[in-house]
Design a protein around this ligand. Structure first.
Ligand code: BGC
Length: 435
């Protein structure tokens, strides 16, 4: 059972960290939330938490002074809570000198999510445990430099095609399209320079809840994909302690598309051991078995009696080393689950509980599939935020998606997008605590 979060009793190092991130602009206004958004499934109770105090770092530029004035007014009017808003700060420079920003979204409960416009990456997510202790629950780096070096898509928006396309090719309208082979014989996560490595245009939105919009125009032929594709991703931090991700896209030529977010979670705090004791629930009766290159065979297999049955919560580590061909192919869990759903509304896909901290992550989505990846390729060589080494299975990903290799599997839900159509998917990551 979930319960409301307590007032976060912040450690002094966390307070310092929040203070140093409190600079730049503050955006705030009226909500224009999409009417189709169901904030929580009927059988769930989301958490709320009390506010925390925070101090800003003085910045005397004109925009900062105006922002500061607005900030003060808001402080005076906020009903005793943390002032919600978006703050922009510099995150680093691209090799060609372009500036990259970090947007820190804060909600009334003091929860903070920081996102950079390089790859649209979620850089940090500060969330309280059952005693109110804050921790950063996603893997990543302290500055842009870390992201510019080789890393496994930490926090990124992945596209044009998240996950794998077999033999790096597909047919569309009778034509063959060839992609980069960047994962054995296959194409993974959009190719050599996918959406995780491009600089997105970013702007804070005038919505009630802190939000930013990222946009990117992917030119016809980029990474081998047809069509000029216009993509928008809106990240919002809601009052229910949810990070809501709203993806839309249009094209001027028939194409295929599969967008996701590739955040790596450790609910005990990033860099704080492995995730094998986390309890995983996945709302799926079936999964898509894979071959030894991790491409789905095309079968939708029942999870009954297999290590893929997560319909009731089970520790991730309970069966991960079973003598099972699918687990061998994935080197652990690296599989797409066929979500149980009716219609296109937001549906609960997964719930993960970390028993020590009590932190609970729920994932809701409009998508048909969910890739559960248990961090099998992390090996301790990458050092991330605060110098933490990211060891074997020290994080998990829950990537909402269409099924891998759909362009070559006509029996799977279609990933085609045509001119005049609008791609629209929503995923919500919700954090709370359990008793
Ligand atoms: C894939 C893994 C891959 C990881 C990082 C996941 O989405 O399923 O096989 O190692 O991304 O690239």
């Amino acid at each position: 059972m979930l319960r409301a979060m307590k007032r976060p009793a912040m450690r002094s190092d966390m307070r310092r960290r929040l203070a140093s991130s409190a600079q730049g602009v503050c955006k705030f206004g009226n909500s224009k939330e999409a009417a189709d958004y169901t904030p929580r499934a009927a059988n769930l109770r989301a958490s709320g938490s009390a506010p925390v105090a925070r101090k800003g770092t003085p910045d005397r530029s004109v925009p900062a002074r105006l922002g500061g004035l607005l900030f003060s007014i808001l402080l005076a009017t906020a009903a005793g809570g943390q002032t919600p808003g978006v703050k922009r700060s510099e995150f680093g420079k691209m090799p060609d000198g372009q500036g990259v920003d970090l947007y820190t979204l804060t909600n009334r409960h003091g929860m903070q999510v920081a996102i950079t416009n390089y790859g649209g990456r979620v850089v940090s997510w500060l969330a309280p445990d059952r005693h109110g202790e804050m921790a950063d629950v996603v893997l990543g780096f302290d500055s842009l430099d870390g992201y510019l070096h080789d890393n496994p898509y930490f926090g990124a928006i992945v596209g044009r095609y998240a996950n794998r396309i077999g033999k790096a090719r597909f047919m569309l309208d009778g034509m063959e399209f060839r992609l980069a082979q960047n994962d054995g014989p296959n194409s993974l996560h959009g190719g050599r320079k996918g959406f995780d490595k491009v600089l997105w245009k970013a702007r804070p939105l005038s919505t009630k809840e802190p939000s930013i919009e990222l946009s990117y125009l992917s030119p016809d032929g980029e990474e081998g994909y047809p069509g000029n594709l216009s993509v928008k991703v809106v990240y919002s931090l809601t009052e229910n302690n949810e990070l809501r991700i709203d993806y839309t896209a249009t094209t001027d030529r028939d194409t295929v598309l599969n967008l996701t977010n590739h955040s790596y979670f450790n609910l005990a705090g990033q860099g704080n051991g492995d995730i094998l004791k986390h309890l995983m629930m996945i709302n799926a009766d079936r999964f898509t078995p894979i071959d030894d290159t991790l491409i789905p065979t095309g079968e939708l297999r029942k999870v009954d009696g297999t290590p893929f049955d997560f319909r009731k919560p089970v520790a991730i580590g309970a069966r991960i080393n079973d003598n099972n061909e699918q687990l061998k192919f994935g080197k652990g869990y690296d599989h797409n689950f066929v979500l149980n759903r009716r219609g296109h509304r937001l549906t609960l896909a997964a719930r993960v509980t970390e028993p020590n901290s009590g932190r609970v992550l729920e994932v809701l989505t409009t998508q048909p599939g969910l890739q559960f990846y248990s961090g099998n390729f992390l090996d301790g060589t990458i050092h991330g935020k605060a110098g933490k080494a990211y060891g074997y299975r020290s994080a998990f990903c829950l990537e909402t998606q269409h099924f891998p290799d759909s362009p070559n599997k006509p029996q799977f839900p279609s990933t085609e997008l045509k001119p005049g159509q609008t791609y629209h998917q929503i995923t919500v990551y919700r954090l709370s605590t359990a008793t």
